[in-house]
Design a protein around this ligand. Structure first.
Ligand code: HEC
Length: 145
């Protein structure tokens, strides 16, 4: 059931970003592998220091100022249980957005440009390499349930 849902949200997200990918083409595992291959995980871990004040990741990570980031990758936006997301995040969720590499890259570049009124008060990562590397790091440590 969950997979069907992911596939469905995949097509909506793909449409929203003008991608030609078909719903059945969206494969969370492949997205994760591609993200890891595209960047440098060790460098990404260093970039993640900028995020740590608000985000925890890894075993037993809890929500803090920002949501824990264990299961978000290639999954639905705003899915961390118990975290109070902003209204604009919840709207994106209702539209069926998922966090694929493309969406994450846009969001991390300038969060407020991508999701107006997001609660994530972070200026953004200007350097493309920093974004690619931190995305690789995040994809590499998605904790299995
Ligand atoms: C000042 C605190 C803060 C910093 C620093 C910060 N974030 Fe966030 N982040 C948040 C908050 C708060 C949200 C929830 C946004 C909302 O509800 O509008 C969020 C949301 C997210 C999400 C979406 C998660 C989901 O469940 O949908 C991702 C991914 C993310 N942040 C990644 C990062 C990364 C990577 C960095 C560092 C480069 C970073 N954040 C830095 C506070 C922060």
């Amino acid at each position: 059931m969950k997979l069907v849902h992911l596939a469905l949200t995949g097509v909506l997200a793909a449409t929203a970003f003008g991608s030609t990918a078909l719903a059945q083409d969206f494969d969370p595992a492949a997205e994760r592998e591609a993200a890891i291959a595209a960047g440098d995980v060790a460098k990404g871990e260093k970039v993640f220091k900028k995020c740590k004040a608000c985000h925890k990741i890894g075993e037993k990570a809890k929500n803090g100022v920002g949501p824990q980031l264990n299961h978000f990758f290639a999954a639905e936006i705003g899915a961390s249980e118990g975290f109070k997301y902003s209204k604009s995040f919840l709207e994106k969720k209702a539209e069926g957005q998922i966090w694929d590499v493309e969406a994450l890259n846009e969001f991390l570049k300038r969060p407020k440009d991508y999701i107006a009124k997001t609660k994530m008060t972070f200026a953004g990562l200007k350097k493309e390499a920093d974004r690619t590397n931190v995305i690789a790091y995040l994809a590499s440590i998605q904790v299995a349930e």
